[in-house]
Ligand binder design. Sequence first.
Ligand SMILES: C[S@@+](CC[C@H](N)C(=O)[O-])C[C@H]1O[C@@H](n2cnc3c(N)ncnc32)[C@H](O)[C@@H]1O
Length: 283
Amino acid sequence: MFDEVSPRYDLINDVLSVGNSRLWRVAMTKALQPRKGMRILDLAAGTGTASAAIAKHGAHVTAADFSEGMLAEGRIRQAGNDLIDFVWADATQLPFEDDSFDAATISFGLRNVEGPERALAEMFRVVKPGGRVVICEFSRPTSSLMRGPYTAYSRAVLPRIAGLINKSAAEAYRYLNESIEAWPAQDRLAAMLREVGFERVAYRNLTGGIVALHRGFVPREPVEIPTAEPAAKTPARAKSTSKPKVAASKPKAAARTKSPAEPKTAPAKPAPKRTDAPSEEEA
Ligand SMILES: C[S@@+](CC[C@H](N)C(=O)[O-])C[C@H]1O[C@@H](n2cnc3c(N)ncnc32)[C@H](O)[C@@H]1O
């Protein structure tokens, strides 16, 4: 589907979001806090529009996607930008070593991935301890006054306008709407991040919750998993770099080695209290 819409993907986004997609990218970049010399993974990067915004801050961006059409379009658009590398990769089985990146982000992509928990677990695996992930995704408008008109716009208007710009986009945007309606709301996505092992999870609503920015950090310190038998207590990290790998409910699996395709963790300690409104410097 994305192969087909790739040539006009960015134009359609700008039109349908009435320019808001640009503001959302600014907010995502601010939340990610890219700096010169950092290595950042932009997952489901599509044509690399978010990657370019990140690279402007001097960070090196690996723009990973599994649509050849989107990657090809991205390579044309970002030609000459030495800070961006386009790489074919499936979000659920990333071809990168553990702890390869200082940070990772995914914009409007996680909802499209079959197996979003696996993609989150993979982001957790490839980001260094202390590094952050930022997820920019459609979410639930917080006001009931807004929900009605927004749903009507998404169901009826959006696919028609998209169809005028690109015929195959009408179908794609019907799918987009269905996938948004089926997507977990803000709190549930925050819980998914914690279940994978991220700490200090928080989110911030953009445009009244039409979009939400979630962020979480890979823990710096090893986390002990409490077990029923104290003698068998096993560090949650199977490798020296140390990320929690295992659900507290599965202590016996603690010693297993990393499997890229397998979601690894649940918080070994009680989930931190939700902080829905990260401070400005956080989001
Ligand atoms: C709506 S586009 C978002 C593109 C870009 N991040 C942006 O903000 O404009 C979703 C992207 O997710 C990619 N995608 C979906 N599932 C994927 C997977 N399992 N692995 C890698 N990319 C995936 C699609 O190919 C598509 O390019």
